[in-house]
Write a protein that binds this ligand. Structure first.
Ligand code: 13P
Length: 259
């Protein structure tokens, strides 16, 4: 069985010195505890300015990712970075369609879909973020919203490679509020059903569906106890190594006991 994904999205945080101290602490914790190192697949997604700081500490312990990209391979797009360039600097994952990008930078479903297609073309793994606003949830439109975001977001993806979908209810991000573990499990099941029905059962069944939104060490275990939850996309709580390590501990039950 593939290990759950534990993804740190540092957002626009961490100067290079802070990133270095973080990696030193994380690296020594993982080296000291091989069982913890193997409990999850560790993925660090720093701001681009810290990527080269994280690389020397990697040593097979974690993968690297980027928080955003452009949808073209290259060209006259001042200030932008293409997924091919991210591959060139050692990224394996790229977040597409984070709600903060949809909200603050006006990214439409169409733009997100183009980004996902180019991420796959570059040989990288997209982490497609989807999720409803509070008002949509109140109106009972959550499933409609996630279905639309999935269909549009994956429109251009032709092959059935590795895929991560992050269910991140917008109202849960940075708010301290979360859906219940049962609600999360229901939505994750629905996401997998849509992937299987609208794309291919083989692909849909192997995709990872992770949860994000106010995950921390105190609530992680209840979500991790659901087999539908294939990992977490963590914002604020990923900025402190001890907290991030404690979140990995929530997946303890998934690892077969060894003597
Ligand atoms: P928080 O964990 O800070 O709520 O952020 C979640 C998120 O947006 C991860 O991408």
């Amino acid at each position: 069985m593939r290990p759950p994904l534990l993804i740190a999205n540092w957002k626009m945080n961490m100067f290079r010195e802070e990133a270095k101290a973080y990696c030193q602490e994380l690296h020594s914790a993982l080296v000291q505890s091989p069982s913890l190192a193997k409990r999850v697949a560790w993925i660090l997604i720093p701001p681009l300015t810290a990527l080269d700081i994280l690389k020397p500490f990697q040593k097979g312990l974690y993968s690297l990712g980027a928080q955003n990209c452009h949808w073209e391979k290259g060209g006259a797009y001042t200030g932008e970075i293409s997924p091919f360039m991210l591959a060139d600097v050692g990224c394996r994952y790229v977040i597409a369609g984070h709600s903060e990008r949809r909200m603050h930078f006006g990214e439409s479903d169409e733009v997100v879909g183009r980004k996902v297609a180019t991420i796959v073309e570059a040989g990288l793994v997209p982490i497609l973020c989807i999720g409803e606003q509070w008002a949509e949830r109140e109106r009972g439109e959550t499933l409609q919203k996630i279905e639309r975001q999935l269909l549009e977001g994956l429109r251009g993806v032709k092959k059935g490679g590795e895929m991560v979908v992050a269910y991140e209810p917008v109202w849960a991000i940075g708010s301290g509020k979360t859906p219940s573990a049962e609600e999360i499990a229901d939505i994750h099941r629905a996401i997998r059903q849509i992937l299987c029905a609208k794309f291919s059962p083989a692909w849909g069944n192997q995709a990872s569906v992770v949860y994000g939104g106010s995950v921390h060490s105190q609530n992680a275990a209840q979500f991790a106890s659901r087999p539908e939850v294939n990992g977490f996309l963590v914002g604020g709580a990923s900025l402190k190594v001890k907290e991030f390590l404690a979140i990995a501990g929530a997946f303890r039950w998934r690892v077969p006991a060894k003597s």
